[in-house]
Design a protein around this ligand. Structure first.
Ligand SMILES: CC(C)(COP(=O)(O)OP(=O)(O)OC[C@H]1O[C@@H](n2cnc3c(N)ncnc32)[C@H](O)[C@@H]1OP(=O)(O)O)[C@@H](O)C(=O)NCCC(=O)NCCS
Length: 170
């Protein structure tokens, strides 16, 4: 895909964070209210973003990156070494995709496929060859299947959500 960059988010870049908030807020509301839950307050949702960006900045093998197309931010991903989930047998060297979104008006154009490709390159650079995630049931499920994830038949012991896995290659 031409004209696309996958860039580390800088916690001190206010302009970049403002752009990111515009995609983050609707993403958080979209994916956390599907089960009928009440949406959280805007300030709390923004604080969650700030905490994640700060965590990625100070943690090895963890990224909070934004995807740009022709200089315009179209999505983001938060991902990294997971530490595993011991109680269900997910090894500590597995990578995990924590957050992943393409802004509504840019969907179904292949941007998420491209963002996943670039994210997988970073996982491989970090020596991570197996990854897992808990897919959003509406948009996440068909997308993750389309890029090679499958249902592991395991459930996250805390959230009880399905866990999808993938072995990644060059
Ligand atoms: C999931 C998401 C990232 C997909 O982004 P996208 O840029 O639209 O995905 P792509 O264009 O790369 O889609 C690739 C393929 O995935 C599948 N797919 C993606 N979104 C789909 C949807 N809503 N319904 C059915 N299939 C879908 C299709 O097979 C698609 O190929 P096609 O468009 O040729 O049919 C986006 O819908 C999103 O941000 N959703 C809200 C947040 C979310 O669910 N994130 C994942 C959290 S686990």
């Amino acid at each position: 895909m031409q004209g696309v960059d996958f860039v580390t988010v800088d916690p001190d870049d206010r302009r970049q964070l403002r752009e990111l908030r515009k995609i983050w807020l609707p993403y958080w509301r979209e994916t956390t209210t599907r089960d009928g839950s009440k949406p959280e307050k805007r300030r709390k949702i923004y604080r969650r973003l700030k905490n994640r960006v700060a965590h990625a900045h100070k943690t090895q093998k963890t990224g909070f990156n934004a995807l740009y197309s022709e200089g315009r931010m179209v999505g983001f991903a938060f991902f990294g070494l997971s530490g595993g989930i011991r109680s269900i047998g997910i090894p500590p060297d597995y990578g995990m995709v924590m957050e992943f979104c393409i802004a509504l008006s840019f969907r179904r154009k292949g941007f998420a496929t491209e963002m996943n490709r670039q994210m997988e390159k970073l996982f491989l650079d970090w020596g991570i060859t197996n990854t897992f995630l808990t897919p959003d049931p509406v948009t996440g499920d068909p997308f993750w299947r389309s890029v090679g994830y499958h249902d592991s038949q395991l459930k996250d012991p805390d959230t009880h959500r399905l866990i999808y896995v993938k072995e990644i290659h060059e």
